[in-house]
Write a protein that binds this ligand. Structure first.
Ligand code: FES
Ligand code: FES
Length: 162
C-alpha cells in the first residue's frame, strides 16, 4: 500500500507521520500520535465529538483526510492549557458543572473557542447555534451554554450579552 509522508502542525509543534492516503485526521491524531483527547464516535460528521480547530475553524476530524491538513494549523484539546493552567473555557466548564461523562466536552470546548474568537459578544442563542453540531447525551446543554458565556466574560471583559 502506498504511504504518504506528512508534516502536520499540531498544537504548535510539527509532527512527521507516514500514513496511508485514505486515513483521516482523526486516525492519525488518535492512533499515530496518541492525542486521544479528540474523541471518536459516529465517524460521519453527525455528533461532533471529533471536533478540532483547523486554521481556527471548528471541523470534524473524522471526515477530513490527514493529507488535507498539510500546512494547516491544527489545534486539539491537548493544546488549550498553557503553562499548567487550564484555558478559561476548560475552567468554566469545570466550575459551572457542565461536564458529566465528559465524552463530548473536548469537541464542545473547541467549537466554543472558534465561536468566541469570531463572536466575542456571545449571546445565548449564538452559543447554542455554534454548538448545534456537538451532541451531548448527558447534560441538557444549559450548563454548557452557561459555561461558554462565563468564559466569554472572562476572555472578553464582560462583553457577552448573556
Ligand atoms: S465522530 Fe466525527 S462527527 Fe461523530
Ligand atoms: S457530558 Fe456526556 S455526552 Fe456530554
Amino acid at each position: 500500500m502506498s504511504r504518504l509522508a506528512l508534516s502536520l502542525r499540531i498544537n504548535g509543534e510539527t509532527h512527521e507521520v507516514l500514513t496511508a492516503p485514505h486515513r483521516t485526521l482523526l486516525d492519525v491524531l488518535r492512533d499515530d500520535l496518541g492525542l486521544t483527547g479528540t474523541k471518536e464516535n459516529c465517524l460521519e460528521a453527525e455528533c461532533g465529538v471529533c471536533t478540532v480547530l483547523l486554521d481556527g475553524r471548528a471541523v470534524n476530524a473524522c471526515i477530513l483526510l490527514a493529507a488535507q491538513c498539510r500546512g494547516r494549523d491544527i489545534v486539539t484539546i491537548e493544546g488549550l492549557a498553557s503553562g499548567g493552567e487550564l484555558h478559561p473555557l476548560q475552567r468554566a466548564f469545570v466550575e459551572r458543572g457542565a461536564v458529566q461523562c465528559g465524552y463530548c466536552i473536548p469537541g464542545m470546548i473547541l467549537s466554543a473557542k472558534a465561536y468566541l474568537e469570531e463572536c466575542p459578544e456571545a449571546s445565548e442563542d449564538g452559543i447554542r447555534e455554534a454548538l448545534a453540531g456537538n451532541l451531548c447525551r448527558c447534560t441538557g446543554y444549559q450548563k454548557i451554554t452557561e459555561a461558554v458565556a462565563t468564559a466569554a466574560r472572562e476572555l472578553y471583559g464582560g462583553r457577552t450579552t448573556q
